[in-house]
Design a protein around this ligand. Structure first.
Ligand SMILES: Nc1nc2c(ncn2[C@@H]2O[C@H](COP(=O)(O)OP(=O)(O)OP(=O)(O)O)[C@@H](O)[C@H]2O)c(=O)[nH]1
Ligand SMILES: [Mg+2]
Length: 401
């Protein structure tokens, strides 16, 4: 069987040419349209092409192929063109090669350029982002030091800016410059027991951070100083919470009271005959009418029962708190308007970056440091030296370049 190709303006033209040449037994094997070469092709004109053969027919002796050209007569007359038989595998390989070439060309083509205005906008946004979040650069000793402390997020960026801004003495060791910058960032608050007159000292903060233990430590310290105190618990929610504070009160020989809401706390304050009233709370966020709400600056100032008392509301936060959690805690307990931070569990971390995170998030000074479970040993007034030592305690072991 010999396959021949016939062309025409339409498929019918091509088919008619095939029938004329091969007779009505001609079988169409394939058809395709292609843009005509030359000027006609530019105007969208197409050729139709069919491959046809007569099954079982002897190979005809054909005249030589007609002259080719844009309007070759043989084409429009449907003149036959001999196509040498091809190995199907070779044909497939040729087609694949052509496709591969096309793919390669399309990949080598440069991507379409972004419009100039868009590219400029993107560059400006990148620059702004760089300014807002200065990334610690590799090989930058300051950035390496900050990483060792575990300080992260916005406090780390602020610290890094502060160190870089203070380049007046480049000879100073980076660790010293870090301490300088930290001392400008961290604030120290007064030890709550230093109040001379009557005072309410309350502990607030998330569950399990050491509120009750810290309050018990303060109570024991107060007793050791010869001051009298009443223990009040507003945590009437958690099973065993009231008994917990009562147990400490018994051990210390102090009166204790449970207050379920703001009015009961106000009554407890009015009834107290001691120098200090130490208030424990639940770890829940202060809601309207809750006992914790009475502790807020505004309610405390407005309540007659609170008159004559200094107000100390310590927000207890663990020393290993992450930046993101410190911000959440500061927000959650803001309605109780805490006056200072009591940082707990310093003994449980080698990177007490929470000292910075909590201070930065709450804008509160640190007044109390707790480093253990023992009552009353593991509590101390906060000092700048102790805070800086704790934060930089890994520096000697960490990289400095
Ligand atoms: N290692 C260590 N453990 C502490 C510290 N302070 C408190 N703890 C322990 O932490 C656990 C929880 O302490 P609590 O005082 O009951 O904590 P809380 O915030 O009152 O807990 P809730 O009342 O459940 O919200 C206890 O096992 C304490 O002994 C500290 O500074 N260091
Ligand atoms: Mg408790």
């Amino acid at each position: 069987m010999t396959t021949q190709v016939f062309r025409g303006r339409t498929i019918d033209d091509a088919r008619k040419a095939a029938t004329d040449a091969l007779g009505k037994d001609a079988v169409v094997l394939s058809t395709r349209s292609r843009r005509r070469s030359g000027i006609a092709g530019l105007f969208g004109e197409m050729d139709c092409e069919i491959a046809a053969a007569v099954v079982g027919a002897p190979t005809p002796v054909l005249p030589p192929p007609p002259a080719r050209g844009p309007f070759a007569a043989s084409v429009y007359a449907g003149g036959p063109e001999r196509v040498p038989p091809r190995d199907p595998v070779a044909q497939l390989r040729a087609e694949l090669r052509a496709e591969l070439r096309a793919v390669k060309v399309s990949h080598e083509r440069p991507p379409p350029a972004a419009p100039h205005a868009l590219a400029q906008d993107i560059a400006e946004i990148r620059e702004l982002l760089d300014q807002l979040t200065p990334r610690p650069r590799k090989g930058d000793p300051t950035a390496a030091l900050i990483r060792v402390t575990g300080i992260e997020g916005r406090p780390a960026a602020a610290l890094s800016r502060s160190i870089r801004a203070n380049k007046k003495d480049d000879a100073t060791h980076p660790a010293e410059r870090l301490r300088d910058a930290l001392s400008n960032m961290v604030q120290v608050g007064p030890w709550p027991l230093s109040t001379e007159g009557r005072a309410v000292i309350a502990v607030i903060g998330p569950t399990g951070v050491g509120k009750t233990t810290t309050l018990a430590k303060l109570a024991a310290r107060a007793k050791a100083e010869g001051r009298t105190a009443t223990l009040v618990t507003c945590d009437t929610f958690r099973v065993g919470a009231v008994e917990h504070i009562e147990r400490y009160a018994d051990l210390l020989g102090m009166p204790s009271v449970a207050a379920r809401d703001a009015s009961e706390l106000a009554n407890a304050l009015a009834a107290a005959r001691t120098d200090l009233v130490l208030v424990d709370t639940s770890g829940r966020e202060p809601v309207v009418d809750s006992a914790e709400r009475l502790l807020s600056a505004a309610s405390f100032a407005a309540a007659a029962e609170c008159r004559g008392f200094d107000r100390h509301v310590l927000m207890c936060v663990p020393a290993n708190i992450r930046d993101v959690d410190a911000r959440r805690v500061a927000k959650a307990f803001a309605t109780a308007s805490p006056t200072a931070l009591a940082m707990t569990k310093l003994d449980e971390t080698d990177a007490p970056a929470g000292l910075v995170h909590a201070g930065f998030a709450s804008h509160l000074p640190i007044a109390v440091l707790c480093a253990g479970q023992r009552v009353p040993e593991d509590i101390a007034p906060a000092t700048m030296g102790a805070i800086l030592d704790a934060i930089t305690r890994n520096i000697a072991r960490g990289p400095t370049t």
